[in-house]
Design a protein around this ligand. Structure first.
Ligand code: PLP
Length: 359
């Protein structure tokens, strides 16, 4: 289990994860620098849809030895960088699969995207990967879904991956050593009490992996969301409460510049209201009770919405809203400086002690 750093690359979090994961999956020079700041010898795998020659060269210098490659040109760029450094690097070809797929996996792969190598172009890519002098073809990378909540569907997908890779081994006369099955294990934001059933998944995973050939010496996961979503919370003060054209709005000191996840997933993010009794006596204190509210931020755009039409018992100006499951794709995915509001404080809990830290 590698950790996909793009979900949350805060240094204290990386330090906590480093001892319990196989390594970090990075997709930029910046992420690589953050990974190396945590451990000079940590295993780092390098992916991402568009990599510069300079980035690849630097990654080789910084002891990355396995790359997930997404095009024929990138294979050439990487081989040139490796040769210049006098190295041979392992590559996994990232493939965007073609159907048909088992029914439960239908929505997860085989769509036009900017990611990976179209399965139809795989023969040429395998040819380059075997022929180019700076490269060693170590296997395949198949990350084809996000936020999947069904353990069964995930197992079906792994079975599909197995059959695809077995087919390619026969077709191209190669031996795969490493199969990277990507991330995509989901978090149930709509119903946190019904999470992805990881125990059931793990129980069925062992017998499934027994059906993989023994020469596949490594099966990698690279999860982000599932590993860190639950460890983070986003707390915001309610600045105002008002009714506008028949709808109730809760306006908070914060918003999508801190926490763009709900907008990027088009969902209402789960939160609880923490009542705060202090309030300046000279000011009116607006509140709503037993109604549905939209929680919006401080930005001058109607897109700055964290939750809409959510039932609440009571919310008052001055209360605090605590958004749960904010540890993945929260701060990292946000446009921090839009409108130039202050950044939020980041607090980290380590061994029972709170520490304020920059992420
Ligand atoms: C984003 C990403 C991941 C992590 O995905 P999660 O859904 O957070 O598990 C893994 N691999 C690649 C290539 C990615 O782009």
């Amino acid at each position: 289990m590698f950790y996909a750093m793009k979900a949350n690359s805060a240094n204290p979090l990386l330090r906590a994860l480093a001892p319990v994961v196989a390594g970090f999956e990075v997709s930029s020079g910046g992420e690589l620098a953050k990974a190396r700041a945590v451990g000079a010898e940590l295993a780092v795998i390098f992916g991402g849809p568009a990599k510069t020659g300079a980035e690849l060269a630097e990654a080789i210098t910084m002891r990355v030895r396995r790359f997930h490659v997404e095009s024929a040109l990138e294979l050439h760029r990487l081989s040139a960088a490796a040769q210049a450094a006098g190295e041979v690097v392992d590559v996994l070809l990232r493939v965007n699969l073609s159907g048909p797929f088992p029914p439960s996996t239908l929505a997860m792969a085989g769509q036009p995207t900017q990611f990976g190598i179209d399965e139809h172009s795989l023969p040429a890519a395998v040819g380059h990967a075997r022929r180019l002098p700076g490269l060693r073809l170590a296997g395949f990378h198949l990350h084809s879904l996000s936020n999947n909540l069904s353990a069964r569907a995930h197992l079906d997908l792994l079975e599909l991956y197995r059959d695809k890779v077995l087919g390619w081994e026969r077709e191209f006369g190669i031996r795969c050593e490493v199969l990277n099955v990507g991330g995509g294990i989901g978090v149930n934001y709509a119903e946190p009490a019904a999470p992805f059933d990881f125990s059931a998944f793990a129980l069925c995973l062992a017998p499934l992996v027994d059906t993989f050939p023994a020469h596949w010496r490594e099966v990698d996961f690279e999860c982000g969301r599932f590993l860190v979503a639950e460890c983070g919370r986003y707390a915001v003060r309610v600045l105002d409460v008002k009714r506008n054209h028949g709808a109730d709005y809760v306006l908070v000191r914060g918003g999508t510049h801190h926490f763009r996840l709900p907008v990027s997933w088009q969902h209402s993010h789960p939160f609880t209201v923490l009542p705060v009794d202090e309030w300046p006596a000279e000011l009116p204190r607006p509140e709503v009770r037993d109604t549905r509210v939209s929680v919006v931020g401080e930005l001058c755009t109607p897109k700055d919405v964290l939750a809409s039409g959510v039932p609440v018992d009571r919310v008052r100006a001055g209360d605090v809203l605590m958004f749960s499951h904010a540890g993945a794709y929260g701060w990292e995915i946000s446009h921090h400086d839009f409108l130039s509001h202050p950044h939020p404080e980041h607090w980290f809990l380590r061994n029972g002690a709170w520490r304020r830290d920059d992420p």
